[in-house]
Design a binder for this molecule. Structure first.
Ligand SMILES: CC(C)(COP(=O)(O)OP(=O)(O)OC[C@H]1O[C@@H](n2cnc3c(N)ncnc32)[C@H](O)[C@@H]1OP(=O)(O)O)[C@@H](O)C(=O)NCCC(=O)NCCS
Length: 182
């Protein structure tokens, strides 16, 4: 079910030592639904997603690819081609300002091996190249210690707080470069 159709070579958005990222599509549904249907993975999100909601999730990323040129991408293990999670760059409205966010979410089978950190660093570099005058953020619930650790390993520091889905979120941000808009 998961994989690239023959004859349709993927355009890698980034590669790291162990990972590569590409646009996700409906043929990734089995993996995405398994990942987003897992209560451990969705512990800090409003709910687990069922198959139809996972399909809508993929459609939302594809809309982002069209609108912004980027979104959350599917992460594959380079060694095997196995899907392991998603990571990428999304535009987020934070208190009325459009910000550039690095997001990451891994299938629970692949946690605690440094993969999220590896992917997040590559996504941050991708975002910096695309938006050189902008700070890059990650929005994280403070209870989500694993995600806070990834943001810190990604060179971000706490820059403020905001509310998302009724929950307090820490705004982790890269240091603004000279001439940054925010
Ligand atoms: C957050 C998440 C992506 C981290 O993925 P990961 O690949 O396990 O993270 P890493 O292996 O790169 O670990 C990064 C750091 O977090 C620590 N960490 C990872 N999981 C942890 C946990 N459950 N509890 C405490 N620390 C944890 C690691 O030890 C590491 O710190 P270190 O460098 O000091 O050793 C993963 O737990 C996940 O997908 N969670 C569900 C989705 C989610 O919450 N996404 C983030 C939303 S903001």
């Amino acid at each position: 079910m998961t994989g690239i159709p023959p004859g349709d070579p993927p355009r890698w958005r980034f590669t790291t030592d162990r990972l590569r990222a590409r646009e996700m599509d409906n043929f990734d549904l089995a993996f995405i639904a398994a990942m987003l249907g897992d209560a451990r993975v969705m512990h800090f999100y409003p709910k687990v997603l069922d198959r139809d909601e996972s399909l809508a999730w993929i459609a939302r990323q594809r809309q982002r690819y069209r609108d912004d040129g980027h979104g959350l991408w599917l992460l594959e293990a380079r060694a095997t081609g196995e899907p392991v999670g998603q990571c990428g760059v999304t535009m987020q409205d934070v208190d009325g300002v459009r910000e550039v966010e690095v997001g990451y979410l891994l299938h629970a089978d692949h946690w605690k091996r440094g993969l999220a950190t590896e992917a997040a660093q590559a996504a941050r570099d991708w975002a910096r190249e695309r938006y050189p005058d902008r700070r890059i953020i990650s929005l994280v619930r403070p209870e989500n210690v694993a995600s806070c650790a990834v943001a810190e390993r990604n060179g971000m520091t706490v820059a403020g707080e905001t509310m998302r889905a009724g929950w307090r979120h820490v705004i982790y941000a890269t240091m603004p470069t000279a001439g940054a808009t925010r």
